[in-house]
Design a binder for this molecule. Structure first.
Ligand code: 5RP
Length: 252
């Protein structure tokens, strides 16, 4: 059974006046300490993971890290890594990833995650599921009592075909949890957001705990039209939390 992620485990550092972005950077830099020369490294997506990618590039350029191969989890991270000169590959050529570092939208006390509010959940899950170690980096605002508990979205990537039908089927799965689904849109005209894989995202909002996460995951994945969901259950091996009282590292 994993150790619980609790702010009280934090080691004190002088972080009382730091902004949320500075906390994200502290968590990211702490994770990069686990990267060793010669590793194949999964490069996450989002504002927290971006700091980790920047730091890996800096260590490569100063020679403190050597022979790193990055596996990006999105087009945007691919672009960032290319611009920083990090050598890249993919899961076809490197099916086993030594270590992945990525942010999350929610982390529960069992180290289960919601990911994908940045839209990259499918590639993130593929890379992180292929990783021997998966370090999650968050600021303390991401800690929740249960997945969906922040009141923010749990994203599901679906095929565009008859998306309204799939949205209703998803809501019906979680009627008792008061689930409401919304198609993710962009821009003033409310056009559908399209993922790196050409799919749509339905954001699910819950009024209550969705119950057994494994059962919820299985039910979502059984729906034809669903590609993947943003619950990352039992995948994280380490969670690094940066907060006003310090930074904690919790291993499974
Ligand atoms: C993108 C993700 C991100 O890791 C997640 O949204 C956290 O983002 P941020 O670090 O910007 O708070 O899952 O698909």
């Amino acid at each position: 059974k994993p150790k619980k992620v609790e702010p009280s485990l934090m080691v004190s550092v002088s972080s009382v006046n730091l902004s949320q972005d500075e906390l994200k950077k502290i968590a990211a830099y702490k994770a990069v300490e686990f990267v060793e020369s010669g590793m194949v490294v999964g490069l996450g997506t989002g504002s927290t993971a971006k700091h980790a990618v920047d730091k890996i590039a800096e260590l490569l350029h100063t020679g403190k890290l050597k022979n790193i191969i990055g596996i990006p989890t999105s087009k945007i991270t691919h672009e960032q890594a290319v611009s920083l000169g990090i050598p890249l590959s993919d899961l076809n050529k490197h099916p086993i990833v030594d270590l992945s570092i990525d942010g999350a939208d929610e982390v529960d006390q069992e180290m289960n995650l919601v990911k994908g509010r940045g839209g990259s959940l499918l590639r993130e899950k593929m890379v992180e599921a292929a990783s021997k170690k998966f370090i999650v980096i968050v600021d303390e605002s991401k800690l929740v009592n249960y997945l969906g508990g922040s009141g923010l979205a749990m994203p599901v990537e679906i095929v565009p075909f008859c998306w309204e039908f799939t949205l209703k089927r998803l809501e019906m799965l979680f009627i008792e949890a008061g689930c409401v689904g919304k198609l993710r849109t962009v821009g003033e005209n409310g056009e559908a957001y399209v993922t790196d894989n050409g799919n749509y995202i339905i954001d699910l909002y819950f009024k209550k705990d969705m119950g057994d996460l494994k059962a919820a995951s299985d039910a979502i994945l059984r729906l034809a039209g669903v590609v993947e969901h943003g619950m990352f259950i039992d995948m994280a091996t380490t969670v690094i939390v940066a907060g006003k009282l310090g930074v904690s590292v919790t291993n499974k």
